[in-house]
Design a protein around this ligand. Structure first.
Ligand code: UDP
Ligand code: MG
Length: 319
């Protein structure tokens, strides 16, 4: 029998785990031809999440859990999950039931038809603010224009991945991760299915605008060096204008002679150039920071406990 791992990153999700477990059970109950592994990644939760996971595991050995040594964020929790997943296919799903588990049978069906990455596209997003929907849409448009790989709009991490896609993702060990882009980058046969995104079943979202802005910058800087090129282009255009202006000033001085006025234009030019220079420096800094972080070559995460066993080896098995 084929084994399907359901990978669930969870951070402070005590309110929703019970519901999630039941929904998963009713879905997997209707798929007797497959074995399932529920792999929870406890991303340093401060509430009872880990205790609840242990309770699940005590009565149901399909449940596995990886307890990370602290909160690393969802992106890292996902790669940890991919490292530990045993299945022939892995379904990544949010703990908060915003991704309906009822879609899993359809995903599995397409997987059997030979697709490696069956991803769920949101037709609607209920329970999210207008501002969040709007900014998310604009961000995807921008990223799509700039990145060299096709980025799927309105698609989260909710998807089924075949083993070979999982192995491909596991080879991408960069520390600043933008997993949504990586799914596209690895390629393979993709299939889109649509669903209506529900509001969170219980608990609170872990995202805020600061985190989202960071993720957006992450997305752009990890998938395209476009901003660097843009600053080079703007730099060239500005220099060209400055050159033409220089000739004009030169000729004007020869013909009319020098005058001391010109304070406003001088000020404008200085401020404008100063602004452009700072912006370009900022962009370079953003990429330099990424290089700095990657050159440290740190492991992506540490695991405290895996299925009730303390993980002791310093040399982490996956890194
Ligand atoms: N999550 C995580 N680590 C974090 C933040 C979130 O593992 O630092 C998990 C969280 O438990 C949930 C998923 O990532 O399963 C999505 O988080 P959330 O629902 O808060 O994000 P949203 O749906 O609002 O974008
Ligand atoms: Mg959510």
């Amino acid at each position: 029998m084929k084994l399907v791992t359901i990978l669930i990153p969870a951070y402070n999700e005590e309110d929703v785990l019970g519901q999630l477990y039941e929904r998963l059970n009713s879905v997997t109950g209707e798929l007797p031809d497959y074995e399932f592994e529920y792999l929870f990644i406890n991303d340093g939760s401060k509430d009872r999440t880990l205790d609840i996971l242990k309770e699940f595991r005590a009565s149901d050995k399909r449940v596995s859990f990886v307890d990370l040594s602290r909160n690393f964020g969802k992106e890292t929790a996902m790669i940890a999950g991919l490292d530990y997943a045993k299945g022939d296919a892995v379904v990544i799903i949010d703990a908060d039931l915003q991704d309906p588990p009822e879609l899993i049978p359809e995903m599995i069906q397409y997987w059997e038809e030979g697709y490696d990455d069956v991803y769920a596209k949101r037709r609607s997003r209920e329970g999210e603010t207008f501002l969040k929907k709007f900014t998310s849409k604009k961000f995807y448009q921008l990223l799509k224009k700039m990145a060299s790989v096709p980025i799927q709009e309105d698609t989260g991490d909710f998807r089924l991945l075949d083993r070979r896609a999982v192995e491909a993702l596991r080879m991408l060990r960069e520390t600043q991760r933008y997993t949504k882009g990586m799914f596209s980058w690895i390629g393979y046969n993709k299939k889109e299915i649509e669903f209506d995104r529900d509001p969170r079943a219980a608990g609170e979202t872990k995202w805020n605008y600061f985190k989202l802005i960071n993720l957006a910058i992450e997305g752009i800087t990890s998938f395209t060096t476009g901003p660097l090129r843009l600053s080079a282009i703007i730099g060239s255009i500005v220099s060209l204008c400055a050159f033409i202006f220089m000739i004009w000033v030169f000729i004007k001085t020869l013909v009319i002679g020098a005058d001391v006025s010109g304070y406003p234009s001088l000020m404008i030019v200085i401020l404008f150039l100063g602004g452009i220079q700072l912006l370009s420096l900022g962009i370079i800094g953003e990429y330099l920071g990424r290089i700095f972080n990657e050159t440290k070559r740190r492991p992506l995460y540490f695991v405290d406990e895996y299925n009730d066993d303390k993980v002791r080896e310093i040399e982490h098995k996956k890194c």
